[in-house]
Design a binder for this molecule. Structure first.
Ligand code: DX5
Ligand code: ZN
Length: 228
């Protein structure tokens, strides 16, 4: 049964990479649920970040689940590497790779949870065939590649429709939202069904990182109460 708590998944893309281990410790102490790892290859998205060697090093710093968001072409080629590095769940993009069902099956066979990410322009029809196999759906509310971008309001309807699809599937699937989340729009995505929130700049851009995580926890609790 999915816990009815909304997961807060800070994206370390916006963290201070020169003190990544310390920043992750801060997140854990503040009660963050998952660590969101934005993996970018400079091809699928116009940015390049990090991969399994870095993940392996930071794996030792926390027991929090590693939520890897693969913004890379042909992700099927390196799923084993992410598994070996200690990733708990892997999300691949509907727009990458030629054999998405095979990638999802491979992720599951490695013992990780499987997610599918949809860019803002990608329709939900891409999700439907795979929904029976997924643990998580990731809806992009920015065009992927960078932190600090503006939330795309029009995705609110897509969140609601995805929540309906998940409900109809009668499966336990997380609905994760990623990009441009802040103290204002979080209170609008949660009532529409988002139950995992990727937050980068709105946490790491603050002086008090633990305080920012705790503040989001309060906002989420408040927005959930409104729907109760
Ligand atoms: C964008 C990444 C997001 C991003 C979120 O491609 O997938 O996870 O880092 O950062 P903010 O919250 O700053 O938009
Ligand atoms: Zn992400």
């Amino acid at each position: 049964m999915l816990s009815n708590q909304v997961k807060i998944a800070p994206s370390v893309l916006s963290a201070d990479f020169s003190h990544l281990a310390d920043q992750i410790k801060l997140l854990e102490e503040a009660g963050a649920d998952w660590i969101h790892l934005d993996i970018m290859d400079g091809h699928f998205v116009p940015n390049l970040t990090f991969g399994p060697p870095v993940i392996e090093k930071i794996r030792k710093t926390t027991d929090l689940p590693f939520d890897a968001h693969l913004m890379i072409e042909n992700p099927e080629r390196c799923l084993q590497n992410f598994c070996d590095a200690g990733v708990d769940q892997v999300t691949v993009h509907a727009e990458t790779g030629y054999h998405l069902h095979r990638s999802v099956e491979h992720i599951l066979s490695l013992g990780m949870k499987a997610g599918l990410a949809l860019n803002p322009a990608t329709p939900l029809s891409s999700l439907e065939p795979l929904l029976p196999f997924l643990d998580l759906v990731l809806l992009m509310t920015v065009n992927p590649g960078f932190g600090g971008q503006k939330f795309i309001e029009e995705i609110l309807t897509k969140i609601e429709r995805t929540a309906e699809l998940i409900k109809k599937s009668d499966r336990e699937v997380w609905l994760e939202v990623d990009g441009g989340l802040n103290e204002e729009n979080v209170a609008r995505v949660v009532p529409r069904g988002a139950n995992a929130l990727v937050i980068g700049t709105a946490i790491f851009g603050k002086e008090d990182i633990p305080g920012a995580v705790k503040n989001f926890r309060e906002i989420v609790a408040g927005s959930k109460r409104r729907t109760a």
